[in-house]
Ligand binder design. Structure first.
Ligand code: HDE
Length: 698
């Protein structure tokens, strides 16, 4: 093929900066010379006339070493990859804005939180923990929720997870828990899973992991989307207001769309059918104008010196403080509305660090947090190849930087002056220190010991609180998850040991899992635990928002296309997306009711849809009984999704044996039908159906 040359009538491609940033954010633009001009050049700017043929000694001869273009092209390609993150390798990100409500000023002087209406640019990267960069999105795992605020006072990074507690209490155990969770070192299997011997070996012996394990085995381990995940800073931090008063805080992100999850079978199918399920959902939604939205919340505790609240040790990252005891106060809104322009430049090269703090926010002595303060910069030195990663466009603060740091690998700044040291006279004495960041002078005193506080020894009361705060159906999911994961272990001793952990939490749960594994239930007695905390349950009693939800309408040549168009309106007004599914691709009908077929029976699978509807007019078609369509409907039914039909579409459902709660039938897709459908979708799942579908199938 001849080299691609732009035709004279072809418009020049739109120029965007490497980070795709607007003028307002011009500070973050990358090197403007990176993609300048319309002509293909070498890295040295030499225009090329051929990039398809290497230089050879005759058309059939060997390639010549002197081919500088061949060598440059291949050599650069050979070095395109950087080491993936040692944890959280699989991730996806978006840009957005944080707007402060202004009610946090009494707690913190941090400008981006305390000034009413203050807008701050943010970049958020979501991730799984265990899997490699190319692993599936929907595996059972904790999700990272890392937020970089580009504040006027420098970058503040809130590097959190979607689970409020962690497996370990002290950073020194991090390599242990991660080595146990990662694939086995001999065969490198299984990928992105905790369902294997080394993980359960470790957490059975190391019982401080129990609380986190329970959250992982709950529906929180398989979120429906990034949009429907909570986020937590996990550790307790310290806030300081303008008068120097301090208060302890736990950070929360509350999704406006509610907290919702997949069911396990759906998550497993999605891992194969669409490994990019979560990142696709986020990118598509943002592109379609449905941003992801969360509110930032603070749980505040007096900084009275004990670092406990209602008997809960605030320095122990395996403990939560129930919201019933310390309500979450909402202080601002995060909106993610812009996709990255370049995955590598932004999502891969972003470097978070807990030590990126701003005045008004401080760390505490949580021993997990203390170790993290070291780890993040350290890991970037290997991953990003040197100490200058804060110069990368995605990591650069949106404020002035004058740091006296010099040289090093990949230095891109051309610093001026002679005196990158203080004090100096040669460069006028600057840069000057000013009213900047000052640590709170907390008294530190104690013997040098390798010990934890005694309160850290309580490993079971909070997992028991969590488990008993959930609804019956959520508890069933936990029992199934333990039975699945332990059932994947080979070593009987590992399963037996973990049953003794479960026995300490709940006897019935332990017996159910033991029965599933075909093992006797140990007789250890469960711990006593505090009151339940109903806010820990995800099940909603009233319909919530349906923004970003996908509804599949099964149609075909004879379908009621006007009806589809009628249904589309209320769904889209509520923020949902309607996709037409038909036996074959193409366009159905013409004129104002014309429907573009977006999925066929070959490309559609139930996991893509939050609800399915059968249009009238398809029941008599020979395709109505297509096995792939039937499987799609039955899976949606088993996964407790709302299913509807109007007109003779009901016959298709009857033919598949689908009836009962959450099966909505109507003569036409009129207002009443649409309203009940939107309400069913807003409840996320038809939980009343759970008992009638076999428990082991969900
Ligand atoms: Fe991390 N963690 N972590 N972590 N972590 C990393 O930093 C580490 C912990 C979290 O999207 C690494 O840049 C240690 C808790 C997120 O880029 C590394 C300890 C929480 C991300 C690292 C912890 C997190 C990371 C790997 C125990 C929730 C992804 C690559 C002391 C509050 C950030 C990197 C992104 C990433 C170390 C525990 C969240 C190796 C040593 C607890 C969301 O530095």
């Amino acid at each position: 093929m001849p080299p691609a040359k732009r035709q004279p009538d072809q418009a020049a491609p739109k120029k965007v900066s490497p980070t795709g940033r607007s003028e307002r954010e011009g500070l973050l633009g990358g090197d403007p010379r990176a993609q300048a001009g319309d002509h293909l050049t070498t890295a040295q700017g030499l225009r090329l006339s051929d990039t398809d043929h290497s230089l050879k000694a005759g058309p059939r001869g060997p390639s010549l070493l002197e081919d500088h273009h061949l060598r440059e092209k291949i050599t650069h390609f050979d070095h395109e990859r950087i080491p993936e993150r040692v944890v959280h390798a699989r991730g996806a990100a978006a840009h957005g804005t944080f707007v402060a409500y202004g009610n946090a000023a009494s707690a913190t002087k941090a400008g981006f939180l305390s000034q009413k209406g203050k807008e701050t640019d943010v970049f958020v990267r979501f991730s799984t923990v265990l899997g490699s960069r190319g692993s599936a999105d929907t595996v059972r795992d904790t999700r990272g929720f890392a937020v970089k605020f580009y504040t006027d006072e420098g970058n503040f990074d809130l590097v959190g997870n979607n689970i409020p507690v962690f497996f370990i209490q002290d950073a020194i155990k991090f390599p242990d828990v991660i080595h146990a969770g990662k694939p086995h070192p001999d065969r490198e299997i299984p990928q992105a899973q905790s369902a294997h011997d080394t993980f359960w070996d470790f957490v059975g012996l190391h019982t401080e992991a129990t609380h986190h394990v329970f959250w992982n085995m709950s529906d929180r381990g398989i979120p429906r989307s990034y949009r429907t995940m909570e986020g937590f800073g996990v550790h307790t931090f310290r806030l300081e207001n303008g008068s120097g008063e301090t208060v302890l805080v736990k950070f929360h992100w509350k999704p406006i769309a509610g907290v919702h999850s997949l069911v396990w079978e759906e998550a497993q199918i999605a891992a194969g059918v669409d490994p990019d399920f979560h990142r696709r959902d986020m990118a598509d939604s943002i592109e379609a104008g449905a941003p992801l939205e969360y509110e930032l919340g603070l749980q505040l505790f007096p900084d009275s010196g004990e670092e406990t609240f209602e008997g809960i040790d605030l320095l122990d990252p395996t403990k939560i403080v129930p919201e019933e005891l310390a309500p979450v106060q909402l202080v601002g809104k995060l909106t993610l509305d812009r996709n990255p322009t370049n995955y590598f430049a932004e999502t891969e090269q972003v470097a978070f660090h807990l030590g990126n703090l701003v005045p008004g926010i401080h760390v505490t002595n949580d021993p997990l947090l203390q170790g993290r303060l070291f780890s993040y910069v350290d890991t970037q030195l290997t991953r990003l190849g040197g100490p200058n990663f804060s110069q990368l466009p995605i990591n650069r603060p949106h404020t002035e930087v004058n740091d006296n740091l010099r040289d090093g690998m990949h230095q891109t700044a051309v610093h001026t002056g002679l005196a990158p040291y203080l004090p100096n006279t040669i460069d006028g004495g600057g840069p000057f220190t000013t009213d900047g960041y000052v640590e709170v002078p907390v008294l530190v005193d104690g013997p040098k010991v390798r010990q934890n506080p005694v309160s850290f020894d309580d490993h079971f009361s909070q997992p028991a609180l969590f488990y008993h705060s959930l609804t019956a159906v959520e508890q069933v999911h936990i029992a199934e998850a333990f039975t699945f994961e332990l059932g994947k272990c080979y070593e009987q001793a590992i399963k037996e040991r973990y049953l003794t952990v479960l026995a300490r939490i709940d006897t019935a749960l332990c017996e159910t899992v033991a029965a599933g594994l075909g093992l006797p239930a140990p007789s250890d007695k469960p711990v006593t635990h505090g009151d339940v905390s109903p806010t820990l349950s995800q099940i909603v009693a009233a319909p919530g928002p349906i923004t970003g939800r996908i509804v599949g309408v099964v149609a075909g040549p004879g379908a009621d296309l006007a009806g589809i168009e009628k249904l589309r309106k209320p769904l889209e007004e509520a923020g949902a997306v309607l996709r037409v599914i038909a036996p074959q691709g193409g366009i159905l009908g013409k004129g104002k009711n014309k429907q573009v077929v977006e999925r066929t029976f070959v490309t559609a699978r139930s996991i893509e849809f939050d609800a399915l509807v059968i249009a009238a007019g398809v029941a008599e078609s020979p395709d109505a009984g297509d096995i792939k369509a039937q499987i799609m409907l039955l899976e949606a039914f088993r996964h407790l999704k709302a299913i509807g039909a109007w007109g003779d579409g009901a016959k298709v459902l009857a033919g598949a044996g689908i009836s009962g709660p959450g099966v909505l039938l109507g003569d036409s897709p009129d207002e009443e039908f649409a309203t009940s459908f939107v309400a069913a979708l807003g409840l996320h799942r038809v939980w009343e159906r759970a008992d009638s579908v076999m428990a082991s199938q969900v």
